[in-house]
Design a protein around this ligand. Structure first.
Ligand SMILES: *[C@@H]1O[C@H](CO)[C@@H](O)[C@H](O)[C@H]1NC(C)=O
Ligand SMILES: *[C@@H]1O[C@H](CO)[C@@H](O)[C@H](O)[C@H]1NC(C)=O
Ligand SMILES: *[C@@H]1O[C@H](CO)[C@@H](O)[C@H](O)[C@H]1NC(C)=O
Length: 254
């Protein structure tokens, strides 16, 4: 590539960036209520993800062993700098935003003070603080690294809870699942019949290097639920995650 080609492509990238920033700016201007999940369910029309047609969900790579995958995940979860940030600078903002999500779910009757609630992949536990401060006192988080008293140790591929335990489960770490069908299967197993599952996922954004899968279309997630009915799909502005999916585990028939 010669010099003029190079500067040409730099110019192109710059213009593209300018265009994207402008579009993003306009989007936020036109849509000031970005924090509240809206009940509408229009999937994106503005962002094109390069993907083979039909591809809904893709697991990124295989690991030489399950231990290797866990080690890789722990590298982020145990990172002292990150843990410090999560517990300090990030704390109030996250508790506040989670509280607004949960307050909205409460007002829709999907969550109540008497719900037994689990936050899957809760890291340091801001979700749990948000739930408890709203009055959902029987709530707990679960992650590979525990943080008592808010977060207990557990792997979302194999939850340390019995069948039919929770009324409500929330998670925003679906992209970290190496076995997405087990992630969902464990939620369905541990939810009580009639229990509600709320997931925040990214459809328009690539995760970070700790993400284990990429979700291209929400159907790739919905298809994994075998025992639940879809309540709704909405937009959300949840720390880089753009889509809120709400399902309810079916009541046992007869
Ligand atoms: C874990 O992360 C650190 C940086 O925080 C890096 O230096 C190290 O190589 C990583 N280890 C593994 C096993 O991925
Ligand atoms: C739920 O708990 C909150 C906080 O303790 C309280 O303000 C609210 O009145 C309770 N709601 C109901 C319906 O009991
Ligand atoms: C728990 O649920 C799983 C899957 O739904 C089922 O295979 C298993 O037999 C159940 N275990 C008990 C103890 O009921």
């Amino acid at each position: 590539m010669n010099l003029s080609n190079k500067s040409n492509s730099i110019l192109k990238s710059f213009l593209l960036l300018l265009f994207l920033s402008l579009s993003l700016f306009l989007l936020f201007q036109l849509n000031p209520s970005t924090i509240k999940p809206s009940p509408s369910s229009s999937p994106s029309s503005e962002v094109v993800v390069d993907q083979p047609p039909q591809q809904l969900l893709k697991v990124r790579r295989s690991y030489s062993s399950y231990d290797d995958y866990i080690k890789h995940q722990l590298n982020k979860t145990l990172n002292p700098k990150l843990r410090h940030l999560w517990a300090t600078r990030d704390w109030d903002r996250k508790v506040r935003v989670f509280s607004s999500f949960f307050a909205s779910l409460k007002s829709q009757g999907l969550l109540s003070n008497s719900s037994k609630a689990l936050c899957v992949g809760a890291r340091v536990g801001q979700e749990v603080v948000a739930l408890r401060s709203l009055g959902v006192s029987d709530s707990v988080g679960m992650d590979l690294v525990p943080r008592p008293p808010l977060v207990v140790r557990g792997d979302f591929h194999s939850q340390p809870f019995g069948n039919d335990t929770f009324d409500f489960e929330f998670s925003n770490v679906f992209d970290h699942a190496l076995y997405p069908e087990r992630f969902v299967g464990e939620i369905e197993r541990t939810l009580k019949p009639g229990g509600v599952c709320v997931l925040h996922v990214a459809l328009q954004r690539k995760g970070d290097k700790y993400s284990a899968n990429d979700l291209f279309r929400v159907e790739g997630l919905l298809g994994l639920f075998k025992e639940s009915d879809l309540v709704r799909i909405g937009k959300v502005d949840g720390f880089g995650l753009d889509t809120e999916v709400v399902l309810r585990k079916k009541k046992v028939d007869i």
